[in-house]
Write a new protein. Structure first.
Length: 138
């Protein structure tokens, strides 16, 4: 069995942002040489998320509105966590959107359903963040 590890680096210029990373993940699958296996994609920061869904701008807008309704950024004073930093809402948003995703690799390609894409969602940007890609298989 082969094992391959790659780390993506992000430093988004805004507090929140959504990035389609499907091509970078598929590139890692090619680099791994794995034709049949599994690909883990994991946000390595507690205020960012990796998930799979549709790459459609209306849906992306809906995420922002929905998440802000569930865990509004302000007022900062509403959260007990906010004292050292002002990112309690980012932790809550990450919990809702998830930490990672696992994708089957079949014949050297990510094995997706219709419209599925991989996204990195940043909730507390303006600093360096990482995403781990770990691929195992034959």
């Amino acid at each position: 069995m082969k094992s391959y590890r790659k780390v993506l680096h992000f430093n988004l210029p805004s507090r929140r942002g959504l990035v389609n990373i499907t091509n970078k993940v598929q590139e890692a699958v090619y680099e791994s040489g794995v034709s049949e296996g599994l690909c883990l994609v994991n946000a390595m920061n507690i205020t960012a998320s990796v998930f799979i869904n549709d790459d459609e701008s209306g849906l992306h807008h809906d995420y922002e509105i929905w998440l802000e309704g569930l865990a509004p950024e302000k007022p900062y004073s509403r959260y007990h966590h906010n004292g050292y930093e002002d990112n309690a809402d980012a932790h809550l948003k990450r919990t809702i959107m998830g930490r990672e995703t696992v994708i089957a690799v079949t014949r050297g390609h990510l094995d997706f359903g219709t419209w599925e894409q991989v996204f990195y969602y940043e909730f507390d940007g303006k600093r360096d963040k990482r995403v781990l890609i770990k691929i195992i298989g034959d």
